[in-house]
Design a protein. Structure first.
Ligand code: SF4
Length: 401
């Protein structure tokens, strides 16, 4: 990566942990994760959804474990997915114990609703024996109750309450010599979540899982998440991210990847540059852009493709693109790094651009690359933690540096 495409800030040093074979923190690339919305008790549906989410770019997937039926399905799920799984536990610590027994690769505990230190210790002891990391997952909507205020005393800010809730649980974990900790401090309000994460980042070296909680519908929620997560990542804070949308969880993953791409932190698949169109345009550009994006995203290789609306300004405006089309009336120019390489008639715009794309992929990644999916900054793989699955296919076959 050249200086021109360097990240904005150096990454904060964090202590590495391992969720199955995926490293989070340390020098690992920022890990992309999401959460299933199937009934976890339905093992087949959950396995199928995890596979779909992994295909869409999830490197770790979290499952809700709200009750005993869900926990009892975990032995049928764990080990049958291509990415490691994290059990999301609220209220009942016994569900965490069942998940650990089932071989789950990570746990999320909410310090806002498991407040009995003895129960937390019981979980920590079991996690320690299996070397399973725990996310101390604070959510602004489920904070411990506020203590009564003395007369004249001002209430503590929400971000401080979030940090204090996390530190309470971290204290219990540390007392037991447990350091495989990851922390999240999610709020809907972006300034609140940024303040909480910044405060925590200055206090501890554990890796941070970033997210804006209940961010909303795909349009507004993606913007809110990109601003919250992106602000912190731009400051070098954050080791793994999840975008939470009121949508199919697969829709969250392109947003995660676009956040990472926008900050030059990681790349997955092609980057598409498209002009916004203006009064100079003489072709129907937008359907063409969508076709180009679908094709190159499926190809999965990290190249930059431009689709521009006029020959006069297109090649110059998209000079950094690996390849591009500047579409004029009746004919257009195919260019590479701003230099026109050929002129093609309008009915060949799409095929000519796809041909040029195949050429550049072959030149850069080799012939075999045309049928592979590629990720730059692949999550670091390590020796699996105990109780790995014999059924899990290797992730190396899906991703490459
Ligand atoms: Fe307008 Fe041409 Fe620029 Fe597109 S490339 S925005 S059509 S000037």
């Amino acid at each position: 990566m050249t200086d021109d495409f360097a990240p904005l800030s150096p990454r904060r040093d964090s202590r590495p942990i391992h969720i199955g074979d995926v490293q989070v923190g340390g020098n690992a690339p920022i890990v992309v994760q999401t959460m299933t919305n199937t009934d976890t008790a339905d093992a087949a549906a959950t396995i199928e959804q995890v596979a779909r989410l992994a295909d869409a770019g999830a490197e770790v997937v979290r499952l809700a474990v709200p009750d005993r039926q869900a926990a009892q399905a975990l032995p049928d799920i764990v080990g049958r997915t291509s990415v490691p799984l994290v059990a999301d536990i609220h209220f009942d610590h016994r569900l965490a114990l069942v998940a650990i027994q089932a071989g789950i690769e990570g746990l999320r505990l909410n310090p806002g609703n498991i407040r009995d230190a003895a129960k937390v210790r019981e979980v920590v002891q079991a996690a320690k024996e299996r070397r399973i990391p725990i996310r101390v997952g604070v959510n602004e909507g489920s904070l411990p109750p506020l203590p009564a205020l003395a007369e004249g005393e001002l209430p503590v800010s929400k971000s401080k309450r979030m940090v204090e809730a996390a530190l309470w649980e971290i204290g219990i974990l540390e007392e037991m010599g447990f350091e495989d900790i990851k922390i999240s401090l999610k709020a809907f309000d972006v300034p609140t979540m940024c303040a909480a994460y910044r405060d925590m980042a200055s206090r501890v070296s554990y890796p941070l899982h970033l997210g804006v909680t209940e961010a909303g519908t795909p349009g507004a929620g993606s913007v809110r998440s990109a601003i919250g997560i992106g602000t912190l990542l731009a400051e070098g804070i954050g080791d793994t991210i999840r975008v939470s949308l009121a949508a199919d969880p697969a829709d969250e993953l392109p947003v995660c990847w676009d956040i990472l791409k926008s900050l030059n932190l990681r790349q997955r698949g092609a980057t598409i540059i498209a002009c916004p169109t203006c009064g100079r345009i003489e072709v129907d550009l937008i359907p063409l852009v969508n076709q180009v994006e679908t094709h190159f995203q499926q190809q999965g290789h990290p190249i930059t493709v431009a689709v521009m609306g006029c020959v006069v300004n297109g090649p110059g405006e998209a000079r950094d693109a690996d390849i591009g089309l500047a579409a004029g009336k009746g004919k257009g120019a195919i260019f590479r790094k701003g230099e026109i390489v050929r002129i093609v008639p309008e009915d060949q715009f799409l095929t000519a651009l796809l041909d040029e794309g195949e050429r550049i992929i072959e030149e850069r990644f080799g012939l075999d690359a045309l049928s592979e999916t590629a990720v730059i900054g692949t999550a670091i793989k390590l020796t699996p933690t105990p109780a790995p699955s014999p059924q899990r296919p290797g992730r190396a076959s899906q991703f490459q540096k």
